[in-house]
Write a protein that binds this ligand. Structure first.
Ligand code: ADP
Ligand code: ZN
Length: 743
């Protein structure tokens, strides 16, 4: 007799075996009620195991199934185990991600609408009798006889009506109907969506779709086909390829999962799917973190029952319980928002690739600037590469001008050079022609580096080729990879200018400057501060679309997927900021940002212009982006990664300790470091413990060290073994982030 191995809900990660009562169909992935101490708890069946005979006691039987079928499919359970072992997190934390709170809690259920329907016209005698004996019932009857279709929602009959209705139902005068209603997350505020139909594809799109269809139509018995990387320049019509591939998948009777980097920022993708599948709206589900518990419950069950056959969602939607999954689309696959920054710290794109392999379905990763990880996979033959090199509307890619701000600086004599003359003129011209502009400000990260405003020199680590980070606490420069330290120079080591300074200014400052030089322009600002209010972002983007705003100033938030035909100028104010951070992906991020932001210009009939202001005009990220040369950039950047042992040639993880007591956080990490260096697996590189770039946040001090290894599993296992052997002080938290995306 097998027993059920059950993970009990709750933070303590208890796992117990229970006997299975006769006649109960218990499967892995089932939710069950089990006796624990002297009350009933809930849990998830992880496995069926053979009962051991020599236990010396009988297992307690589990109480009942919470749901007749397993809520977690076998493939998702497999994916869950993989995530737990790969990212070094508990299976409980993964199950929590697989089964959202709204689905786990028992007090959530489908919303039911109760309607009262008149079944038989009451005779005058009955009516007269009721009026005397039960005036409330009589009143309800008379309301019903006059209601359209002779029915009224129970709720509209007022408090205390249900007793009267019950009694009327007994006399067979009325009937109470209960129907499930969907709480539609998109019901409010959704503009009229105009249905659209497929566009005739151009040659490149045709070829791309063919590759996807070949994979879709491959016999299910064959080995899973490789993931497809769709590298299409901005505006090349990737979405059209997605839409037609999705249609083909539905036609095969299968379902589609669409992952977008951040649902609040991708209304356009959602809208285009809704427009294309307007005829089958109820089959499109949307999953994101702003759903209410009720909405999530409904969407989740609609998906699991196969009613919703297209799911569009952010990162966590990778766990959507779609049956018969045929196609996974990962839009903007390079985006760092796919990496979850809380436990379990999985990467949504990577889990999507794993899920596609487990489900034997087709997966397409799309981007105008593919991640080097995915691109390297195409070079190694693990992924198929498909390209869209032309814009679908026939427009050429925008002209990108690079402005050397070191020369500007001298003209403006001191002060911060925020806006060059060139960019100011360009803005004025757009204003005269009634065209729109976007000014893009790279968000200042936590890490500050030192840069000379005269020659552009940045203080770098001699060992790691990343910029040194300034630490105010002890006036030092520090390398965040290897721990190398240096004093803060008084003059620029390159040109001796004493003006070497921390870089950085914010969107507010830019808004002030623009308001001064363009007093007649209508200006709006998008950044995290300005977007605190609900719907603020949507309202502002709508206003911009309606041309009520001339100049839009923003951070990373406006770089993604937006499409405004009247925008002919994009200015990038400080292309450097993101470049000089202690992160080996810095160059890649800047290249991506410049390319994506440039893609916002000239999306309509008007030609676009992009002006990039930089103190380091010769940086490869700037130069390759300027020439729209992804391959050139990738070749050079991959060489650098290979040389210094960074991803995609190694896995890179960060171990962080956190405490309100600075000393204890530091000491704990030092202890862990010492233990990690005893008997490490071959090929594991262990960095020195050091303060995090943002040493103190929310009153907590943070220290970190970086781990690198060509092989992922031995690294995770080693760290976990050390953590298990180490008793942490009570007020210290240690976090392991596998394939980390920020440092
Ligand atoms: P991407 O997602 O690659 O940035 P989009 O899918 O947004 O590109 O396409 C850019 C524009 O080109 C859209 O306005 C789209 O309607 C249009 N478009 C796409 N494919 C075609 C096509 N085959 N013929 C005409 N226009 C197209
Ligand atoms: Zn270094």
């Amino acid at each position: 007799m097998p027993a059920a191995r059950v993970l009990i809900d709750g933070p303590s990660e208890l796992v117990f075996d229970y006997a299975i009562p006769d006649g109960l169909n218990v499967q892995p992935g089932c939710r069950v009620r089990i006796p624990l101490r002297n009350k009933l708890s809930q849990g998830t069946v992880l496995d069926l195991v053979e009962q051991q005979d020599d236990l010396g006691f009988a297992l307690r039987p589990l109480h009942s199934l919470s749901d007749p079928e397993p809520l977690i499919t076998p493939n998702l359970l497999k994916a869950g185990r993989w995530i737990a072992s790969y990212y070094g997190c508990s299976i409980e934390s993964v199950i929590r991600a697989l089964l959202p709170e709204a689905v786990r809690t028992e007090d959530n259920s489908a919303k039911v609408r109760k309607t009262v329907v008149l079944e038989n016209e009451p005779s005058p005698e009955i009516l007269a009798k009721l009026q005397k004996r039960a005036p409330k019932q009589a009143a309800i009857l008379s309301l019903l006889t006059h209601a359209p279709d002779k029915k009224i929602a129970l709720a509209d009959l007022g408090d205390g009506a249900s007793a009267s209705v019950k009694s009327l139902a007994k006399q067979e005068l009325v009937r109470l109907i209960e129907e499930e209603v969907r709480r539609d997350p998109e019901a409010d505020g959704i503009e009229e969506i105009l249905p659209d139909s497929p566009l005739p594809l151009n040659d490149e799109q045709e070829a791309a779709l063919k590759v996807v269809l070949e994979s879709l139509n491959a016999p299910s018995s064959s080995t899973p086909s490789s993931p497809i990387l769709l590298h299409g320049v901005t505006g090349s019509g990737k979405t059209e390829v997605y839409l037609q591939a999705a249609r083909a998948t539905l036609d095969l009777g299968k379902t589609v999962l669409v992952l977008v980097p951040e649902i609040s920022l991708t209304p356009q993708t959602v809208r285009r799917f809704r427009a294309r599948f307007a005829g089958i709206q109820e089959q499109v589900a949307v999953l994101h973190s702003n759903l209410s518990q009720g909405e999530r419950f409904d969407e989740w069950h609609r998906i699991r029952k196969g009613i919703a056959r297209i799911v569009i969602g952010a990162r966590s939607a990778v766990f959507a319980p779609l049956p018969d999954l045929g196609l996974i689309l990962v839009d903007e696959e390079h985006e760092n928002t796919y990496k979850q920054d809380q436990i379990p710290r999985y990467h949504g794109r990577d889990v999507a690739v794993l899920r596609a392999a487990l489900e034997n379905c087709t997966i397409v990763l799309g981007s105008a600037t593919p991640s080097l990880e995915s691109f390297q996979n195409t070079l190694e033959g693990k992924y198929k590469l498909v390209r869209l090199a032309k814009r679908a509307d026939g427009q050429s890619l925008p002209l990108i001008r690079v402005l050397d701000m070191r020369l500007e600086k001298q003209k403006q004599k001191g002060g911060m050079a925020i806006l060059s003359d060139r960019l100011r003129n360009a803005l004025e011209q757009r204003l005269l022609k009634n065209e729109q502009s976007i000014l893009f400000l790279n968000r200042r990260g936590f890490a500050r580096s030192l840069q000379c405003p005269s020659c552009g020199h940045v203080c770098m680590c001699p060992h790691c080729s990343v910029p040194l980070t300034y630490h105010r606490e002890d006036e030092r420069l520090m390398c965040h990879i290897c721990g190398h330290q240096a004093v803060v120079p008084r003059k620029c080591p390159e040109c001796r200018d004493p003006a070497i300074a921390l870089q950085g200014y914010g969107t507010q400052k830019v808004e002030e400057v623009i308001a001064k030089v363009l007093p007649q322009a209508k200006i709006a600002r998008i950044d995290a501060d300005a977007m605190r209010k609900k719907h603020a972002l949507r309202d502002l983007l709508n206003a911009f679309q309606a041309r009520k705003i001339d100049v839009l100033i923003g951070t990373q938030m406006i770089a993604k997927g937006l499409h405004f035909p009247n925008v002919t100028l994009v200015g990038i104010l400080n292309a450097d900021i993101g470049l000089h951070v202690p992160d080996f992906r810095a160059g890649e991020r800047v290249f991506q940002l410049l390319t994506q932001v440039a893609g916002r210009a000239g999306r309509g009939d008007l030609e676009g212009e992009v002006i990039v202001q930089t103190f380091t005009p010769h940086s490869p990220s700037v130069q390759f982006a300027r020439h729209h040369d992804f391959d050139g950039f990738a070749e050079q950047e991959l060489e650098f990664r290979r040389q210094f042992g960074f991803p995609p040639f190694a896995h890179c993880a960060v171990l962080t300790s956190r405490s309100t007591h600075e000393r204890r956080a530091e000491f704990t990490l030092q202890t862990l470091h010492r233990r990690l260096t005893e008997n490490p697996p071959p090929g594991l590189m262990i960095g020195e413990p050091m303060p995090s770039p943002l040493v103190k946040t929310h009153g907590q001090f943070r220290f970190q060290l970086m781990l690198r290894s060509a092989k992922a599993r031995p690294m995770t296992r080693h760290v976990q073994q050390v953590l298990q052997k180490t008793t942490l002080p009570e007020d210290v938290t240690v976090v392991f982030d596998m394939d980390a995306w920020s440092f």
